[in-house]
Write a protein of this length. Structure first.
Ligand code: GLN
Length: 483
């Protein structure tokens, strides 16, 4: 049963081939048996899962239907889940039980999903390797010596290992798309504002966006359908109707204009990845797409701009963790300053502290104009590049990552080397655009992803292109050895 996709599960439940409770018990057993090898869960919520599964079975028995009714999923451990530990993979929140559900969690629960657990991640979603978790690194199911990508590495590893058919994740600079690429999954970062951020523990508020991680584009469409929509509780949520994402999956690609940014294929890209990206373009051409070279001239400035803006926002967002109101508090503080200093010093890991310091520095008087304002100007230029490109093309295609999944520990002493891995993904966050990564092959047994970007609110187009590609290819159906 663990090989079933969300779409297949929906059919199986509707045809009464199995119940949600049976499926849920089978997957929970699998998680307990196999997850110790990859460490993709922080909490497994057996009791909640069984009770939600029974409730979903009862709703079906009463005549209700729905693609997600009874579907088992996991939530990245930064979505608040009422009464359940919501740790952000930090010692700071190791003892934190959220008093309410995030909007994404409650919307999906209403649609009938069953929560099997909370997935591992980089601490406060800062990272590209899922090595900074307080609960230990996540291993890539394709090769245990390699990282699964981050920060949603737990969600990705769990889905790739067939412990879950799909999971929620978040993407501030690539954290859905990059782990999707490194574990051979399909992952979608929606347009900024498409999915509510309420109840999602903030990293960088102007960049954070939640989305689905699954094996197929078809499943991403189903999960996104349950997540998307206006939420009055999130002031940046956008009141735009949510289209039926499954309805457009099979639309024709005849005449679809694909832009290949010349900057994406220069130095720094592993040539073996470049080859697989080109091969994916050939497949799409068979479906009638036409290819054009385009230019995104300001892309080279994206990493420096992002690594000013994201830490600046993080330094502000994380000021709420002060040892007083939430989470970790140091032992025997001598005074208030000592309480703040030691609670934060002991509660946050090294990467989080580095980001807070960089952010506070960039925002401080005297440096604000030199760093933060400059970065915001670059952000505008990057957005303008995309707007100009989308006058000529319908989607932009390129690699999701410049390199294959690296060995655990390989970049630990060089944070900037890890930052550089985000080169293709962060521009979409800076511009607020939707992006998708889909499996496009393997090099040395490690997965490679292709990224597609579209204009605002064209998630449906991304899912359509990826779905049609997945009708022609079988990369997304392959499972890692032993899973
Ligand atoms: N790797 C990027 C960072 O560390 C992106 C993380 C994310 O998208 N949450 O900031």
């Amino acid at each position: 049963m663990h090989q079933l996709t969300l779409a297949e599960i929906a059919r199986g439940l509707a045809d009464k081939k199995f119940s949600s409770e049976e499926l849920t018990r089978a997957l929970l057993a699998r998680i307990h048996q196999l997850d110790p090898q990859i460490n993709s869960f922080i909490s497994v919520t057996d009791e909640l899962a069984i009770s939600q599964a029974r409730a979903a079975d009862a709703r079906r028995a009463a005549g209700e239907s729905g693609a997600l009714l009874g579907a088992p999923i996991g939530h990245k451990d930064l979505f608040c889940t009422q009464g359940i530990r919501t740790s952000c993979a930090s010692k700071m929140l190791d003892n934190f039980k959220a008093p309410y559900d995030a909007t994404v969690v409650s919307k999906l629960a209403e649609a009938g999903t069953v929560t099997l657990g909370k997935t591992n991640m980089d601490e406060f979603a800062m990272g590209s390797a899922n090595e900074s978790s307080y609960y230990g690194a996540v291993k890539n199911p394709w090769n245990f010596e390699h990282v699964p990508g981050g920060s949603s590495g737990g969600s990705a590893a769990a889905v790739a290992a067939r412990l879950l058919p799909a999971a929620t994740a978040t993407d501030t600079g690539g954290s859905i798309r990059q782990p999707a690429a490194l574990t051979s999954l399909t992952g979608l970062k929606p347009t900024y504002g498409r999915v509510s951020r309420w109840g999602m523990i903030a990293y960088a508020s102007s960049l954070d966006q939640a989305g689905p991680l699954a094996r197929t584009a078809e499943d991403c469409a189903l999960l996104l359908q349950g997540m998307a929509g206006f939420d009055a509780k999130d002031s940046t949520s956008i009141d735009e109707p949510v289209p039926d994402y499954s309805a457009s999956l099979n639309a024709s690609l005849e005449g679809l204009r694909i832009g290949l940014p010349k900057e994406y294929f220069g130095a720094g890209l592993d040539p073996r990845i470049a080859e697989l990206v080109q091969a994916s373009v050939k497949e799409l051409e068979k479906l009638g797409a036409v290819v054009k070279e385009i230019s995104l001239p300001n892309m080279q400035h994206a990493i420096p701009a992002y690594y000013v803006i994201a830490p600046a926002e993080a330094s502000s967002n994380l000021s709420r963790f002060d040892g007083v109101r939430f989470g970790y508090r140091c032992e025997n503080p001598v005074d208030l300053t000592d309480l703040y200093k030691r609670s934060r010093g002991e509660g946050f890991g090294a990467e989080v502290q580095r980001r807070i310091m960089v952010g506070a520095y960039a925002l401080s008087a005297g440096y604000y104009d030199a760093y933060y304002l400059q970065a915001q100007k670059i952000r505008r230029l990057i957005k303008n590049d995309f707007m100009a490109a989308f006058n000529d093309v319908d989607v932009i295609l390129g690699p999701t990552t410049p390199n294959l999944a690296w060995k655990i520990g390989a970049k630990n002493n060089d944070p900037v080397a890890e930052y550089l891995e985000d080169v293709y993904t962060i521009t979409a966050n800076l511009a607020g655009l939707p992006g998708l990564s889909m499996p496009a092959g393997f090099v040395d047994g490690l997965p490679v992803g292709v990224q597609l970007l579209a204009p605002y609110f064209h998630e449906g187009r991304l899912l359509n292109v990826a779905h049609r590609y997945q009708q022609l290819t079988d990369w997304h159906t392959r499972a890692p050895n032993g899973f």
